[in-house]
Design a protein around this ligand. Structure first.
Ligand SMILES: Cc1ncc(COP(=O)(O)O)c(C=O)c1O
Length: 445
């Protein structure tokens, strides 16, 4: 059974597959999940510290979600979102407008985070065309930012290793520094580092010309870039610079929304910023079904009916935009988060999670531990072990043997457990991670 499955899985080209290892991948087969745990095909129980891929916020195996999804499938599994509509996307759009900050009251639905970003960038360009400013098409994002893998979303992303062998739009995308305080120079204070980052955004807009820069795209906390928490005040100051220069601020909340930082959206609640556009996905359905959303402020839509253009059609959208079943799952997910006070729970356990992880700094190979809310990263000194393997991959393997999944990225283990995690599960997580790192240390040195 296992070997049949393994050879079948070799025909599944997984995201970020290394062509050198196509037939040699040894992935763990998962068969079920419950709460913060998933189970592999040999019966091992694994604590899912990354909650899948930053997404299973309400935890695995929820009967209410299964019921909501099956009810919607039986009621209406699909309708074209072009000329028709149905209850779930309408109710979800209204609910998102209620939860989103400021005048962000309209929603484009898509199929995930990449298409939510793609839609945001295309909408901004479309709007500038309509407003008669076709040159305002340049985007600024950050080194180590990750925004997805459509052509536009990957062009917007700033992770150097991901750019090596793929074609990208290198004419309209510009990258400013990663706001990781760890990367500041030895003489610099965090405040000076923040001043430098903010000045860099200002200078980049000035150099390109504010008549050419359409938007700044930023994750409030860089997720796949290694859970980078920017210096205090950074995001707010960046948003102010954008506003002063007529540059839109697009907050990529694909990871930080739906409770990860203790709020439905983090931009305003945590960072004091009301963006022009928010993109989100993942936790919107807790990963139970694929869904993305691009939330747009009323300001951006105002006046678009008076540009004098015939057929001012935004030719963007997907067969599954506003998919009734995915939207029903999102509504149930939000209901569960509200009913079970998961935002309060996250705010309550997050400081304990962060504090427990900080204890790992006493291990020799650990260089930095950082995070916010229920997002965290343990970064190791070394990226590659003496046997040539990635250090975080070795840690993940050792941890899996102990009953814990961590997401390895080069020298970093990133974690974002389900919001339901309890203090004793946090203790167990950190204990296994400590053991896993200690075991890995033998191989790394
Ligand atoms: C911040 C951010 N934006 C966008 C994306 C892309 O989302 P998706 O993989 O759902 O297309 C991701 C995925 O990890 C992400 O972390």
């Amino acid at each position: 059974m296992r070997s049949n499955l393994k050879s079948a899985d070799n025909q599944f080209l997984h995201p970020w597959d290394d062509m050198n290892d196509l037939d040699r991948n040894e992935r763990t087969f998962l068969v079920r999940g419950e709460g913060v745990y998933v189970y592999d095909d040999t019966g091992n129980r694994l604590l899912d510290a990354p909650a899948g891929m930053w997404c299973v916020n309400i935890g695995h195996g929820r009967q209410e979600m299964a019921d909501a999804i099956s009810e919607q499938v039986l009621k209406l599994a699909y309708n074209s979102p072009w000329a028709l509509t149905s209850e779930p996307p309408a109710l979800l759009a209204a609910k998102l407008a209620e939860l989103a900050p400021g005048d962000i009251n309209h929603v484009f639905f898509s199929t995930g985070g990449s298409t939510a970003i793609d839609t945001a960038l295309r909408f901004v360009c479309f709007r500038n065309n309509l407003l008669g400013r076709p040159d305002k098409k340049h985007f600024i994002s950050r080194v180590n930012g990750y925004h997805g893998s459509t052509y536009l979303a990957s062009s917007c992303s700033g992770k150097a290793k991901d750019k090596k062998f793929v074609d990208l739009d290198d004419r309209h995308f510009h990258y400013i520094g990663d706001p990781n305080p760890l990367h500041r120079s030895a003489q610099q204070s965090v405040e000076e580092f923040c001043d430098q980052l903010v000045a860099e955004l200002d200078d980049t807009i000035k150099t390109l010309g504010s008549d050419r820069v359409a938007a700044f795209v930023a994750e409030p906390i860089l997720a796949s870039g290694g859970v980078v928490v920017p210096p205090p005040g950074y995001l707010k100051r960046c948003a102010e610079i954008c506003r002063r220069n007529d540059v839109l601020f697009i907050a990529d909340e694909v990871v930080t929304a739906f409770g990860r930082l203790g709020h439905f959206f983090a931009s305003e609640a945590v960072f004091g910023v009301v963006p022009d556009i928010i993109t989100t996905a993942k936790g919107i359905t807790s990963g139970y079904l694929p869904l993305g959303a691009t939330l747009v402020s009323d300001r951006l839509l105002a006046g678009l009916d008076q540009t004098g253009s015939d057929h001012a059609i935004f030719a963007n959208g997907y067969t599954c935009s506003g998919h009734p079943v995915a939207c029903a799952a999102a509504l149930k997910n939000i209901e569960i988060i509200e009913k079970e006070n998961l935002l309060d729970h996250c705010r309550e356990v997050a400081p304990y999670f962060q504090q427990k992880l900080l204890e790992l700094l006493e291990l020799d190979i650990v260089k930095d531990v950082r995070g916010m809310g229920l997002m965290a990263c343990v970064e190791c000194e070394q990226a590659v072990a003496k046997n040539g393997e990635g250090v975080a991959e070795i840690i993940d393997r050792e941890c899996q043997a102990l009953g814990l999944i961590v997401r390895p990225i080069y020298n970093m283990c990133v974690m974002s457990p389900p919001l339901t995690i309890t203090r004793s599960e946090i203790d167990h997580l950190v204990e296994m991670l400590r053991d896993g790192i200690q075991r890995a240390s033998q191989v790394v040195a």
